[in-house]
Design a protein around this ligand. Structure first.
Ligand code: CP3
Length: 382
């Protein structure tokens, strides 16, 4: 067994063996992932049969919950994230209310870039906004390496608080290099990502340097979250689906692969998510993901073919359907459950985040409904 050093240095060429045959990584014996090893989420993420289907919702924390709005107050979400007691409570709220099988850390994908001083904020109702977007090599100086204990001690304190309280796995996360780069380059949320695509093709050397920097930041951030108590990680490449498979392969995949490689030794599941990624699912699995998120555009059976064996799937209810009333939600959920449970390794989720206008009672019913479903594979496979 590797030692339990608190070091953030990962062996770059970590062996490419399945990471969670045993939890033999550098995690201490009292790490929550050991106690929670037989939880539904962790079993499904290892592609083991489960007694019930695990369920959680992307963006379950915050958004539509009245108790979140009451606690959050006005101002930037970064202020709420900076207060560990508040961030831990917001993380717990959906676990309490819905009874979901995983908690997702209340933070944001732009937190590390903000913490190292790039100059980025999250404007309510808009999203991440950058005062001076990244345009040239000199702007890379505003993006130094992340020292998690120095730059994001508040995030680590939140994780520590949660590790002591949760009886379901905590999913830590980071923004993927491409999706974070898209915000730094565009300066604000964008539909076409025109500046980002032009950048990668006109100055590939600077693009790859930027992606390397962002990959290192994502690794440092997620390693630190796991070392202090997260039991899984998810890399959000929300906007990767805007790219052609060829551009994804040339400009993005090598960097996301490095992120996954440098987390392998921790022995916790590594999930990979994006929207509109139907044509990228094979690559998103191949870069080293243990779990791949699927949106509603791709049936789970087809997704399973694309990611190949040994990779768990997560998804894929269209979040908009949650606004259409319970009969619609139930019918869609039943179809998805039947497709998803065709093989072990399935986690129910939405195909993207909870919409702010969602009635929490729908997600409550949906959680119960998923839990009542009998997965066929539970008895068929061993
Ligand atoms: O369950 C959770 O919500 C966990 C915490 C979480 C947030 N952001 C908090 C948040 C997570 C996992 C994220 C990830 C994130 N942030 C992504 C990837 C996931 C995805 O949905 O694709 C992205 C692209 C961002 C960037 C970002 N932050 C956007 C686009 C927005 C929306 C702006 C808006 O107001 O509509 C944010 C703000 C944000 N981050 C909110 C929350 C709860 C909502 C606004 C608020 O309360 O201030």
């Amino acid at each position: 067994m590797a030692d339990t050093a608190e070091s953030f240095d990962a062996p770059v060429d970590a062996p490419a063996q399945p990471p969670h045959d045993s939890l033999a990584g550098p995690l201490p014996a009292d790490h929550p992932s050991r106690r929670l090893s037989d939880s539904l989420y962790l079993q499904a993420a290892r592609c083991e049969p489960t007694e019930r289907v695990p369920v959680w919702f992307q963006r379950q924390a915050g958004r539509s919950l009245p108790e979140y709005r009451a606690l959050r107050g006005p101002g930037s979400i970064l202020d709420a994230i900076a207060d560990p007691a508040t961030a831990a409570e917001i993380t717990l709220q959906p676990v309490r209310r819905y009874g979901v099988d995983a908690a997702v850390l209340f933070s944001d994908i732009v937190v590390p870039a903000a913490a190292v001083g790039f100059g980025i904020d999250v404007v309510p109702g808009v999203g991440p906004v950058v005062a001076e977007p990244l345009r040239s090599r000199i702007d890379l100086d505003r993006l130094p390496e992340l020292d998690p204990e120095a730059h994001t001690s508040h995030v680590l304190e939140t994780v520590r608080l949660l590790a002591a309280k949760l009886d379901v796995p905590l999913i830590g996360f980071a923004g993927a290099p491409f999706t974070v780069a898209s915000y730094l380059v565009e300066g604000r949320p964008s539909r076409q990502h025109a500046l980002t695509k032009a950048f990668m093709h006109t100055d590939p050397a600077l693009w790859h340097d930027l992606m390397e920097r962002l990959a290192s930041i994502a690794v440092a951030s997620m390693r630190s979250q796991v070392l202090v108590g997260a039991s899984a990680v998810q890399l959000f490449d929300s906007w990767a689906g805007t790219l052609s498979p060829a551009d994804y392969a040339a400009f993005v995949a090598p960097h996301s692969k490095r992120v996954f490689d440098e987390l392998a030794d921790l022995g916790v599941p590594r999930a990979h998510f994006g929207v509109g990624t139907g044509e990228l699912l094979d690559q998103m699995a191949q870069v080293g993901a243990d779990v791949v998120g699927v949106d509603w555009r791709v049936p789970l059976g087809a997704a399973r073919q694309r990611v190949g064996p040994g990779v768990a799937l997560q998804g894929n209810l269209d979040p908009v359907l949650c606004l259409a009333g319970w009969p619609t939600v139930r019918a869609a959920a039943d179809r998805i459950l039947a497709e998803g449970t065709g093989a072990p390794g399935y986690i129910f989720n939405l195909g993207h985040g909870v919409l702010p206008e969602t009635d929490p009672s729908v997600l409550e019913r949906l959680t119960d409904h998923v839990h009542a479903y009998q997965p066929a594979h539970a008895s068929q496979h061993e």
